[in-house]
Design a binder for this molecule. Structure first.
Ligand code: DGL
Length: 281
């Protein structure tokens, strides 16, 4: 066990940064290794068996290279598919991010929107959560890869078309019958990144937005405590951010890690420093 908690966070692209920020808020100063499987982005459109193989292989690489105390699969699409296999094959504690259906079930209208990737909305894991926590509610689901792409663009400082976001949210509202959705679950870690834009495009309508980020940070804090990690306060020491990623032909590792690092610096309440950047196979 290192003195500072050593946490690995994994997603297909930028989405897991929304979870990383919550972890940095709670567990600063720590060592946080952010890994993105950009070569296979977006996960929401990949066939299950192929995806399981990738998630297992890359998670093992990350654990071997960075020896984290804990691995966070900051991706609903990956967690709802591969958590069991990951826990069977790796010995460290693994925290998965899954749709926040339980907290959303406090909805007072009784109609809840579930925004996720096309894969996540159709997973048995998601159906089971809905059955367990929201069987007395109307859960209206929309799988949107378009929103994932727009969030990734936003993070890479490319133009985001608000009309596209508006149309996607309208597709969700079109599923309503006589009961109005009052709560929307952001069940893809990419979506909290563009939450302010989503709030803007549905105006004047207002809903409660629910995601899993803070609960995940609390879970990581709890598990690190039980592992005996030192999570005492040293607010002025920076948290060290390492990046590792697989790359598609159009992505450059330096510019990708720069965009991801600037996003974290812009939104983190605490000082950060850049550690290593490594390419993954
Ligand atoms: N951010 C991911 C999730 O939470 C996956 C997005 C994707 O690659 O399709 O599901």
């Amino acid at each position: 066990m290192t003195t500072r908690p050593n946490i690995a966070v994994f997603d297909s692209g930028a989405g897991g940064l929304s979870v990383a920020l919550e972890i940095l808020k709670k567990l600063h100063p720590c060592i946080l290794t952010y890994s993105a499987d950009k070569a296979a982005f977006p996960y929401g459109l990949i066939e299950d068996s192929l995806l399981i193989e990738r998630i297992l292989r890359i998670s093992k690489n990350v654990v071997e290279n960075h020896s984290p105390d804990i691995l966070v699969i900051a991706c609903n699409t990956a967690s709802t598919l591969a958590l069991t296999q990951l826990r069977e094959q790796l010995t460290l504690p693994i925290v998965g991010v899954v749709p926040a259906i339980k907290p959303a079930a406090k909805s007072s209208s009784g109609a809840i929107g579930l925004l996720a990737t096309p894969a996540t909305v159709n997973r048995n894991y998601t159906y089971s959560l809905a059955q367990e926590f929201a069987s007395d509610k109307q859960l209206l689901s929309l799988g949107s890869n378009i929103l994932v792409e727009q969030a990734e663009r936003y993070l890479n400082q490319e133009e985001v078309d608000l009309n596209i976001l508006k149309q996607e949210l309208q597709r969700l509202f079109d599923l309503e019958n006589h009961i109005k959705i009052d709560t929307i679950i952001l069940a893809c870690t990419h979506f909290p990144i563009i939450k302010e834009l989503l709030i803007e495009v549905i105006q004047p309508r207002q809903v409660k937005w629910v995601d899993s980020g803070e609960a995940i940070a609390r879970r990581v804090e709890y598990l690190l405590g039980t592992l005996g990690a030192d999570i005492s306060e040293q607010r002025y020491t920076p948290s060290q951010i390492n990046f590792s990623c697989t790359l598609d032909s159009s992505t450059n590792i330096e510019s990708l890690s720069k965009s991801y690092y600037s996003y974290l610096c812009k939104h983190s309440e605490n000082p950060l420093c850049l550690g290593t950047t490594t390419a993954l196979n």
